[in-house]
Write a protein that binds this ligand. Structure first.
Ligand code: VGL
Ligand code: ZN
Length: 197
C-alpha cells in the first residue's frame, strides 16, 4: 500500500486578499504542512491559467464573475481572473511546504478549464497524473486544499472512479460554496465512495 497526499491549489489567489479568495483559505496551510510527514509521497497541484483563459468572465463580453455559461464541453462557471501563469497570485502560499515530489499544473489550455487533477473539464482529456501514480505504485490518496467544492471535489471523484482509495481531510479544506455547491460536492464525493474525514 503506497499512500500519497494530494494537495490541491493552495495558492495566493485562493487565499484572503487573492483574486478568487476562498473564505479561510489560508487556514489549510498549517494542517497540510503537518500532514506531509505521514505520507509516502506528496504531490501539489497548481491552477495555472494563461492570460485571457476561457474560464475568466473577462474573456466573455457581457458576462460577470460567477455567471454560468455553456462551453463545448458542458456548463462552466465564469471566475474572476485568477492564477495567471507566473504571477504572484498563482504562486503557492508562502508558508506552504513545497518540498513535494511532484508539482502538477492544470488549466493551462486556453479553451478548457481543469478543476480535477486527473482530467480537464471535458472529463476525458488526461493531465497525466494517473500514469504518474500508477508507475509509482501509489494506490491510496488523501486530499486536502482548495476549494472543497470545486478542485478538491472533482479530483476526489475522478480518483475514486479510477480505482484509487480516496479520503478527503475536510478540516484541511475550505469551500467557495456557490448556491449550495458545498453540500452537492459532499454528496457527490460520498456517492463516489470517497471517505470524508
Ligand atoms: C478552482 C475555481 C477556478 C479551485 C480553480 O481550485 O477549486 N476553483 N479554478
Ligand atoms: Zn482556475
Amino acid at each position: 500500500m503506497t499512500h500519497a497526499l494530494l494537495v490541491i491549489d493552495v495558492q495566493n489567489d485562493f487565499c484572503p486578499g487573492g483574486a478568487l479568495a476562498v473564505p479561510g483559505g489560508d487556514e489549510v496551510v498549517a494542517p497540510i504542512n503537518a500532514m506531509m510527514e505521514d505520507f509516502d509521497a506528496v504531490i501539489l497541484t497548481q491552477d495555472w491559467h494563461p492570460p485571457g483563459h476561457s474560464s475568466f468572465a473577462s474573456s466573455h463580453a457581457g458576462k460577470a464573475p460567477y455567471d454560468l455559461i455553456e462551453m463545448p464541453y458542458g456548463p462552466q462557471v465564469l471566475w474572476p481572473d485568477h492564477c495567471v501563469q507566473g504571477t504572484g497570485g498563482a504562486a503557492f502560499h508562502s508558508d506552504l511546504r513545497t518540498d513535494a515530489d511532484l508539482i502538477l499544473r492544470k488549466g493551462f489550455r486556453a479553451a478548457i478549464d481543469s478543476y480535477s487533477a486527473f482530467f480537464e473539464n471535458d472529463r476525458t482529456t488526461p493531465t497525466g497524473l494517473e500514469g504518474y501514480l500508477r508507475t509509482r505504485s501509489i494506490d491510496r490518496l488523501t486530499l486536502a486544499g482548495l476549494a472543497t467544492d470545486f478542485c478538491v471535489h472533482f479530483s476526489a471523484v475522478d480518483a475514486a472512479r479510477l480505482g484509487f482509495g480516496v479520503s478527503v481531510r475536510m478540516e484541511a479544506c475550505r469551500a467557495i460554496d456557490l448556491d449550495g455547491s458545498l453540500a452537492a460536492a459532499e454528496r457527490a464525493m460520498r456517492d463516489a465512495g470517497v471517505k470524508l474525514v
